[in-house]
Design a protein. Structure first.
Ligand SMILES: *[C@@H]1O[C@H](CO)[C@@H](O)[C@H](O)[C@H]1NC(C)=O
Ligand SMILES: *[C@@H]1O[C@H](CO)[C@@H](O)[C@H](O)[C@H]1NC(C)=O
Ligand SMILES: *[C@@H]1O[C@H](CO)[C@@H](O)[C@H](O)[C@H]1NC(C)=O
Ligand SMILES: *[C@@H]1O[C@H](CO)[C@@H](O)[C@H](O)[C@H]1NC(C)=O
Length: 487
């Protein structure tokens, strides 16, 4: 048998050699192909390695708004520091101002503003960078910034003022103010349910068209006829967009007003601040900051990190949450508030998201909330009475799990809440935050009111490290002062 095997081998090699003799030199040719393949492999491997190192450097040596030449090659890094700042900072809070500036140097900001009150005193009010990079308009105290869901804190304060005056009650059914609302299993829903995102109207089955949104009767009809999202069973599920529309319908009925009108006619005048929920007039064109979302690679990387890695992301794609998609989708056709400079986006009032304001206007309202609703400037009226403040600030115990946010959100009766992200040295802050990073929070114990707005959206996380980093410096200083005072 072995001899046979050998024979076969021999005959094979003979055969192949005879073929090779006929067709000139395939061994050399395959060697040549192999060499080219090896070189190609080496080139691809080297390119991949360099590319990988480049991408690594790009993603880690600076933020999404650092010039890529600087991240990858360390070239033109001086541009990173080419940012100017304006405003005021109390000498004791220089470290907070420094952190604000560091956010720019780290490539995490384009234009931003921060403002803080401690004990009723303004300690920080800074703006930096660009309102509009292309048009080279600096970010100033005149800049108007969309703060998305931070607007909900304003809307909740406005409602609290009506409750304070006895015009509204959290425990009252919405049908008391708006009988048509009682359709589709919504007859028992209270104002308090709405303020806590538990009114069962987190999304609309029939999206509203822009033209309908500008027709008050049609608008009101659509909102009233929406059936309860959960068949009448009280369920907490974030009313991302609809929150403010329903609040406005109630305010229209009890006081012929809206959150925008209260802000314009009362708050802005009484407190020398600026909130505008539909600045569609020409005069605002050059004051509104467009958004900058940063390069796709950064956004994708940070989104993956935020959702817990590629597998978690895939899982989310395969099992999309219907409620989340419906509630977060923009219900008005063609209007995305990200395109906040477009007239279409500026015409429709949305007290859940369309607040155009600045950091100081947020911080001043927050400072009064930190002061139990009382005014912080002599001669100005109180924001809320002590009783009104106490009622609206009653904690909801235990915190309810939100179907959309998929976590328990500690909240107070008036509608504002506490974010895990904004707990510093065990000190909690109350208020709300907006998509992309804006923050509207206060702490009553240490009397801190804080506002942060920006036009750069480097990730989907909110609040993020930019604002929390600044607030941490403020808290450190306040704690230090309190300790010294006690000694
Ligand atoms: C509203 O409350 C009434 C009285 O308690 C009850 O009979 C009715 O079923 C409730 N409606 C819904 C949709 O839960
Ligand atoms: C309601 O307010 C509008 C202005 O926002 C005014 O034109 C209208 O007359 C008011 N209606 C009533 C009934 O007061
Ligand atoms: C929305 O956009 C589409 C396509 O761009 C356009 O045909 C349509 O008229 C727009 N609708 C409104 C209400 O602007
Ligand atoms: C934010 O800062 C904290 C503490 O400084 C750090 O642990 C965390 O990784 C930072 N997060 C991001 C997204 O940079």
């Amino acid at each position: 048998m072995p001899s046979k095997g050998k024979k076969r081998e021999n005959s094979k090699s003979r055969a192949s050699s005879s073929i090779s003799n006929k067709q000139s030199n395939p061994t050399t040719r395959s060697t040549a192909i192999w060499s080219v393949f090896k070189i190609l492999t080496a080139v691809v491997a080297a390119a991949s390695a360099i590319g990988y190192i480049g991408i690594e450097r790009y993603l880690t040596q600076g933020g999404p708004f650092t010039p890529w030449t600087c991240s990858v090659f360390g070239y033109k890094c001086e541009r990173r520091y080419d940012v100017s700042f304006r405003g005021y900072v109390d000498d004791d809070y220089l470290s907070a101002a420094e952190t604000f500036k560091e956010n720019f140097y780290a490539g995490e900001e384009v234009g931003a503003a921060v403002s803080a009150y401690v004990d009723g005193k303004l300690v920080l009010d800074l703006q930096g960078g660009w309102q509009n990079v292309e048009e080279q308009i600096p970010y100033t105290d005149k800049t108007l910034q969309v703060v998305f869901s931070s607007t909900k804190a304003l809307a909740a304060i406005v409602v609290a003022r009506f409750v304070d005056r006895g015009i509204l009650s959290y425990d009252e059914k919405i049908t008391t103010y708006w009988p048509e609302f009682g359709q589709g299993n919504k007859e028992n829903v209270t104002l308090g349910d709405l303020m806590l995102h538990a009114a069962g109207v987190g999304y609309l089955d029939v999206p509203i068209k822009t033209a309908e949104a500008e027709d008050p009767e049609r608008w009101s009809y659509i909102l009233a006829s929406q059936p309860h999202n959960f068949g009448g069973i009280r369920t907490r599920s974030y009313h991302a967009q609809t929150y403010g529309w329903y609040i406005n319908e109630i305010l229209q009925r009890v006081a012929n007003t809206t959150v925008h009108n209260v802000a314009m006619d009362e708050l802005n005048k009484q407190y020398n601040i600026e909130w505008n929920l539909k600045p569609y007039q020409l005069e605002y064109d050059n004051r509104i900051a467009p958004f900058y979302t940063g390069p796709l690679l950064f956004r994708a990387t940070r989104l993956l990190k935020l959702v817990g890695g590629p597998l978690a992301f895939l899982n989310a794609v395969i099992h999309p949450d219907n409620i989340a998609a419906k509630s977060l989708a923009n219900d008005l056709d063609n209007i995305s508030l990200i395109d906040c400079r477009r007239l279409a986006a500026r015409r429709i009032e949305s007290p859940a998201a369309s607040g155009f304001t600045n950091a100081h206007s947020i911080a001043k309202l927050a400072a009064m909330m930190a002061n139990g609703g009382k005014a912080i400037v002599d001669g100005e009226p109180d924001l809320l009475s002590p009783e009104g403040f106490e009622l609206s600030s009653t904690p909801i115990d235990p915190p309810e799990i939100d179907l959309l946010l998929r976590k328990a959100m500690p909240q107070e009766k008036g509608g504002w809440g506490k974010f895990d992200e904004v707990v510093i040295d065990g000190i909690e802050f109350t208020g709300w935050a907006g998509m992309g990073g804006s923050v509207f929070v206060w702490n009553q114990e240490y009397k801190i009111g804080f506002g942060y707005v920006m036009n750069a959206i480097p990730s989907w996380q909110s609040p993020d490290n930019r604002s929390v980093g600044i607030l941490r410096q403020i808290v450190n200083e306040v704690l230090k002062k309190n300790k010294n005072r006690k000694q």
